[in-house]
Write a protein that binds this ligand. Structure first.
Ligand code: GLA
Length: 662
């Protein structure tokens, strides 16, 4: 365990509150709001997220007075302000006057004004306007005692296909490759005769009208789009940094949202915050969704190796799912406790008061259309607020896991675009979460990292489907294993370099030294097909099913621990282990499901003595997390479960969460 300073030293507690949109309501309602906030234990409110037009109704005409009042009102009631910059929703006058600031779609059509995050990432004018609004906010509120955190924009996302973006992309490629020859070689453009002879021939790739066949190009386009968001953020947040160097800065991320690689933001954000809205759309509801959420919490904690903040969630339901099924009793509290257990410095919501009109009028809120006091949701939220208050001791604490799962954005992009070995979804994310589950079920804390991070702080590193090996990664794996680490990887790993060029395995394969195998070919099964595998457990053989991907490989210098027992490759190796230096490296040739992974990792935990946050075994779906001096036991199932903690036997209701002294 390690303790870090609080997000804001003037506010050394867990944060509880959420998005607050006073511009939608009368001043009479504001007064009711603060009374209810105090009743609920709210200590932080995010304001200004979509307020641009309320702050600047005409170009150069400013109306900050209402926000001044909100700041003072919140402050007088002991509530801190998370102040957003409003760039996610430009005013209509801006789009009308500067139509080039609007977003252009992949079919090269400029969108009309409306919705949100509908702007051109490359627009010079929009960048200037957003930065100038940020500067005005910083000048006006920078010294206000209620200001606790900057929330820059809202959920950056999407791509822009304007000519301005194309020119910016070409510029970015020029800086990256220097010469067209280098770019052509990296992209293997001789295939299908795509060699570029002039920089200006480069078009933005993608459906529905442009090239999708040059995977080096599609990959760079994704890198560029993610970078454009970061560079936009840098311009938008620069005045905040300059004028208020002591106020921390964040922007709210969307879980594992594909288009934005959060690892590249590590040094630009003071803390990571994210918006969590698990689907709970399947029946039985729960466990898998909650494991996916835990995975993301662990990732945002891992990026900066310090606490993060759950800045949005819903106390009831989200309006975009096919069924707005209400959260069952305890679920909302379970989500809050889970976030805090994994390192969140609080639990925040979208939104405080449910709007009466427009897109999100059905989205759950602290105070719904039926009011606050007396409603089920408000009552539960107050209970959560009270519990959050009692957990102040955990502020700043994070665990230091011995295990890391590698989930890598650029790898995900390359896998997605690759036209094979199956068309469509290759389930990279799901597979990483399945491996993670193998540890989660045993209450073994994990970090979730990308392949650029150091491995040497861990004892076990699991990198499923690490298709892309970026420069230096193979050497890092070797050094990690040689130094005593345990490394696990699977089928489809080590196939391509950072440009999606397949390694020439006839000459050498970067992972051969550490794994002692070389992949020969991969069998992509139909979704419903299964193959059989037998593992040599040392006490006889156990059989498992494999599906979707079965790698056939040569063993050059490794111990075979499992075989295929069906198909034409029956008898060939499916699982290997190689002792290398002071450590060991495992290769899992086929996609296997939970039972195999859970048993494999249970074996690791036993043999390596991995640290568990709860040593007694629990039912599937129940897990424990230690944070600081607290032990959070989370029942992520629809059933009542019993857990033994030390001498105590504890009953936990369906979706229940309990907090014990650690
Ligand atoms: C996102 C946005 C919010 C709101 C919620 C609704 O997280 O940031 O503005 O739309 O979704 O769930």
């Amino acid at each position: 365990m390690k303790q870090h300073p609080p997000i804001n030293s003037h506010f050394p507690t867990l944060w509880f509150g959420g998005d607050y949109n006073p511009e939608q309501w009368s001043k009479e309602t504001w007064l009711e709001d603060v009374e209810l906030m105090k009743q609920a234990g709210v200590n932080a409110a995010t304001v200004g997220v979509f307020s641009w037009v309320s702050l600047e109704p005409e170009e150069g005409v400013y109306t900050f007075e209402w926000l001044d009042e909100v700041f003072d009102l919140l402050h007088a009631n002991g509530i801190h302000v998370v102040l957003a910059t409003p760039s996610a929703a430009p005013p209509a006058w801006l789009s009308k006057k500067y139509p080039e600031t609007l977003r252009t779609d992949a079919n090269r059509q400029r969108r009309h004004h409306g919705n949100r995050v509908n702007f051109n990432w490359s627009s010079k004018i929009y960048r200037e306007k957003a930065a100038s609004m940020a500067e005005m906010l910083a000048n006006r509120y920078g010294n206000h005692p209620a200001l606790a955190l900057w929330h820059v924009s809202n959920e950056y996302g999407g791509e822009d296909y304007s000519e301005e973006s194309r020119l910016a992309f070409i510029d970015w490629l020029g800086t990256k490759y220097g010469t067209l020859d280098r770019l052509n070689a990296a992209y293997w453009t001789a295939f299908w005769g795509h060699t570029y002879t002039d920089w200006d021939q480069i078009d933005l790739p993608g459906y529905p009208i442009a090239d999708t066949s040059i995977h080096g190009l599609t990959l760079d386009w994704k890198r560029f789009c993610s970078y454009q968001m970061l560079s936009f953020f840098r311009e938008e947040s620069a005045p905040l940094r300059r004028i208020t160097p002591n106020v921390p800065i964040t922007t709210n991320m969307m879980g594992t949202y594909e288009a934005l690689d959060p690892w590249k933001w590590k040094d630009d954000l003071d803390l990571f915050t994210w918006d969590s809205y698990p689907g709970f759309q399947s029946h039985p509801v729960g466990t898998w969704e909650l494991i996916k959420v835990a995975f993301v919490h662990d990732m945002y904690r891992s990026i900066k190796q310090k606490p993060f903040l759950l800045i949005e969630s819903t106390p009831s339901s989200s309006n975009w799912y096919s069924s707005m099924r209400l959260k069952r009793p305890n679920m909302h509290k379970l989500e809050a406790m889970q976030a805090i257990a994994h390192g969140s410095e609080g639990s925040m919501y979208f939104q405080w008061r449910q709007s009466r009109g427009s897109q999100e009028k059905w989205h759950g809120a602290f105070v719904g259309h039926a009011g606050g006091t007396g409603t089920r949701v408000f009552t539960e939220a107050c209970e959560v607020g009270a519990q959050v208050k009692e957990l102040a001791d955990v502020v700043g604490w994070t665990s230091e896991p011995e295990v890391a799962i590698v989930y890598d954005w650029e790898n995900a992009w390359a896998l997605k675009d690759s036209c094979g070995p199956v068309v469509g979804e290759k389930d990279y994310h799901r597979t990483c979460v399945e491996h993670y589950r193998g540890f989660w079920e045993q209450s073994i804390p994990c970090d979730v990292i990308d392949s650029d991070q150091p491995f040497d702080r861990y004892r076990v590193v699991v990198a499923p489907m690490l298709y892309m090996l970026k420069p230096g990664v193979a050497e890092k794996i070797e050094a990690f294993v040689a130094g005593g680490g345990v490394f696990v990887t699977t089928y489809l790993s080590g196939m391509v370099d950072e440009n999606d060029l397949v390694f020439d395995r006839q000459k050498s394969w970067p992972l051969e030294k550490v794994l002692g195998i070389v992949p020969e070919e991969i069998d992509a099964l139909f979704p419903e097909e299964r193959v059989h595998l037998a593992l040599d457990s040392g006490e006889g053989s156990e059989s498992y099913e494999g599906e979707r991907f079965c790698e056939l490989f040569w063993v050059t210098d490794a111990g075979v621990r499992g075989y295929y027992t069906s198909e034409f490759y029956s008898g060939k190796p499916a699982l290997t282990q190689k002792f290398f230096g002071a450590g060991e490296a495992w290769y899992i040739g086929a996609r296997t499901r939970d039972s195999f992974l859970e048993e494999l990792y249970a074996g690791f935990a036993y043999r390596l003595g991995l640290r568990k946050d709860l040593t007694s075994s629990t039912s599937r779906g129940v897990m424990a997390v230690q944070r600081g001096n607290k032990l959070f036991v989370l029942n992520c199932t629809e059933e009542v479960e019993f857990v033994a903690v030390g001498e105590q036997g504890i009953e936990i209701p369906a979706f229940g969460s309990i907090v014990l002294p650690a």
